[in-house]
Design a protein around this ligand. Structure first.
Ligand SMILES: Nc1nc2c(c(=O)[nH]1)N[C@H]1C(S)=C(S)[C@@H](COP(=O)(O)OP(=O)(O)OC[C@H]3O[C@@H](n4cnc5c(=O)[nH]c(N)nc54)[C@H](O)[C@@H]3O)O[C@H]1N2
Ligand SMILES: Nc1nc2c(c(=O)[nH]1)N[C@H]1C(S)=C(S)[C@@H](COP(=O)(O)OP(=O)(O)OC[C@H]3O[C@@H](n4cnc5c(=O)[nH]c(N)nc54)[C@H](O)[C@@H]3O)O[C@H]1N2
Ligand SMILES: [Mo]
Length: 551
């Protein structure tokens, strides 16, 4: 959303190689060492070539431990920090005047607003001393080129888009976009998140991010597909659940997702899923969501048994091949979808992935010049690829550096807001949630195997907090938010600061982390504030513990 608003496309602007040649890497709200190991390998390659690495994270993660500087910021205070960095850069005239004049709009209004964000004011909000903010700003501005990368610490907040816009402001200020070693990179969580977006799996977009409200775009697809396309965007996932609340939406078809355990405020989500007239779940495992379904479509064809393409965080489209045959009568998702269409009276042929790819690339400028042959010969290609002689695009928005005119990149005025749920005497701790290296999301794909680390969920708590509450290391605690309560062992950790606790959401069958999280969402992106909820903690004696399983 944030990148689209500024540059017209929602994708990382540079390549993994740019991490190797950059002078400065600002990694914000991202535990890349545990959650993006491949990109982190590229980041560390850059560090070995001399880049300075700064990690902004409320926790001292594995990633933070590898950084030259760890900025251990208060949860939900990134905008205050970044606005103050911009304040210093503008006050000391360290910004890129020519780039701003040529390629951007809105600088004056932005400068006027960040003038109010002195490092002293930001220090009070972020917990980072003013002199460290000054120094960070000056080092970022002095770097000949710098990369900014971010993930969920930025986007899983109720003001996610503002968080992203603040980071884009910083890059625009120093001309750190559209040239080698500089760029803005939202690291993609799952192997094909970018590809899903590229294919139009967004409520208002057709393949290639083409806008469904544009009549010319609709006409093109209507001709190709022989069908009428609605001019209004559909619901995003958050809106779907709101529409269920209002009784407007009565049927849901879930493919490859486990929302009963992965969505915030899950008691409420499960209640809504149960109230549907029809819930259809298509998954390779019988998930908690599938357990609530009226119909389960077993899609027993995993990534290792599929043909097709994935698009990664640097917009590189790569071929994947079936490494083994699917078992028994297992069907792939494509076969199931086409068969459903036929059962509904539409004569869809069963196409293979390559035929679909060819259809799509002729309708999509970004993919036009890609063929399966070229993808194989070139080890994947980075979109846009305009024709079959075009080499692909390692860097986006380089036109901002050329004399030609075109849309300019707007600065945004963004105000800091604290997380929706404030801590109170009743709920005095901030719970932030995220990932741990050996496990994947709701655990459906990572909890079935025997593994020494497979020890279940635990709460990370600072020993000072634990001492005050008489919580033993390894002792059982209850964690309660205004929405729900869980019980789990607590472990002392110096990675969190006093007042903040951390849990993953990898073991929902035993500890339903998302019973605690808040479903406040960003109004533009629809993303929930998974990264900040207010909770209270209490030690439990073993005999008091009433585990979910017993219940
Ligand atoms: N091993 C493993 N890898 C994964 C996954 C997995 O489940 N397991 N899941 C994949 C998916 S779907 C995704 S989206 C990615 C996510 O990858 P990441 O975003 O790196 O993972 P998280 O641990 O959710 O959150 C990142 C960091 O944000 C920090 N944070 C929390 N609040 C704030 C804040 O207010 N400001 C800042 N600056 N930081 C904050 C947390 O302390 C945490 O270290 O990982 C992907 N990779
Ligand atoms: N508390 C908390 N909650 C979070 C987050 C957080 O940081 N904290 N992060 C959020 C984020 S970033 C994400 S991405 C979500 C993830 O939430 P989900 O996507 O709901 O979680 P997964 O466990 O990855 O579920 C993926 C499902 O896809 C199925 N699957 C895998 N391959 C295939 C296939 O080829 N075909 C079909 N049909 N199915 C397949 C798997 O079996 C699994 O059931 O969780 C969100 N929830
Ligand atoms: Mo994700």
């Amino acid at each position: 959303m944030g990148l689209t608003a500024v540059f017209g496309s929602g994708a990382g602007t540079s390549s993994y190689d740019d991490f190797h040649q950059t002078a400065f890497i600002l990694l914000v709200g991202s535990n890349a060492a545990e959650a993006h190991p491949i990109i982190f390998h590229h980041i560390m390659k850059g560090v070995r070539s001399g880049a300075e690495l700064v990690v902004i994270d409320p926790r001292r993660t594995l990633t933070a431990q590898k950084a030259h500087e760890h900025v251990q910021i208060a949860v939900g205070s990134d905008i205050a920090l970044v606005n103050a960095m911009a304040h210093v850069i503008i006050r000391d005239q360290l910004y890129h005047k020519d780039f701003i004049a040529h390629a951007t709009v809105g600088f004056e209004a932005f400068a006027a607003q960040v003038a109010n964000w002195t490092p002293a004011r930001a220090a009070a909000v972020t917990g980072i001393p003013a002199d460290r903010i000054e120094s960070l700003a000056k080092r970022y501005a002095a770097a000949p080129c710098a990369m900014i990368a971010w993930t969920l610490g930025i986007t899983e907040h109720h003001n996610a888009v503002d968080n992203v816009r603040a980071l884009i402001n910083l890059a625009l200020l120093c001309g750190n976009v559209g040239r080698p070693g500089a760029g803005l990179n939202p690291l993609r969580g799952q192997n094909n998140v970018q590809g899903g977006g590229d294919m139009g799996a967004l409520p208002g977009r057709l393949p290639g991010f083409q806008d469904v409200t544009d009549p010319d775009v609709r006409r093109k697809f209507e001709q190709a597909w022989g069908t009428k396309i609605h001019a209004t965007p559909g619901f995003d996932q958050t809106q779907m659940f709101r529409a269920m609340e209002d009784g407007q939406l009565k049927g849901l078809y879930v493919i490859g997702e486990n929302p009963a355990q992965s969505d915030a405020n899950s008691q409420h989500v499960q209640h809504l899923l149960q109230s549907l007239d029809a819930l259809v779940v298509q998954d390779i495992f019988l998930t908690a969501t599938a357990a609530l379904a009226d119909v389960v479509l077993p899609a027993h064809v995993s990534f290792a048994e599929s043909e097709g393409t994935y698009t990664n965080s640097e917009r590189r489209v790569q071929r994947v091949r079936a490494a083994r045959n699917a078992p028994g009568e297992a069907r792939d998702d494509l076969w199931i979808t086409a068969s459903l269409a036929r059962a509904m009276g539409h004569p869809w042929p069963i196409l293979d992935a390559r035929q679909l790819f060819d259809e799509m690339r002729h309708l999509t400028v970004n993919y036009r010049g890609m063929t399966y042959e070229r993808l194989e010969a070139l080890h994947g290609m980075q979109w846009p690829v305009y024709d079959e002689t075009h080499p692909g695009s390692p860097v986006l928005h380089d036109r901002l550096w050329r004399p030609e005119t075109g849309p300019k990149a707007p600065f945004a005025v963004v105000e800091w807001e604290p997380p929706v749920e404030h801590t109170t005497l009743e709920y005095p701790f901030v719970l932030t949630t995220g990932r741990r290296l050996p496990f994947f999301n709701t655990g459906v794909q990572s909890n079935l195997y025997e593994h020494p680390h497979n020890i279940g969920e635990w709460l990370e708590i600072h020993p000072d907090d634990a001492a005050k509450l008489d919580i033993a290391d390894g002792g059982l605690v209850s964690v309660q938010s205004p929405r729900g309560r869980v019980e789990l062992p607590a472990h002392y950790s110096l990675a969190v600061t006093p007042g903040t606790v951390f849990m993953s959401f990898h073991f929902p069958d035993d500890v339903m982390t998302n019973d605690l999280t808040i479903d406040a969402t960003d109004p533009q992106s629809g993303t929930a504030e998974f990264k900040a909820a207010a909770v209270r903690l209490a030690p439990l004696k073993v005999q008091e513990a009433s585990t979910r399983k017993e219940a």
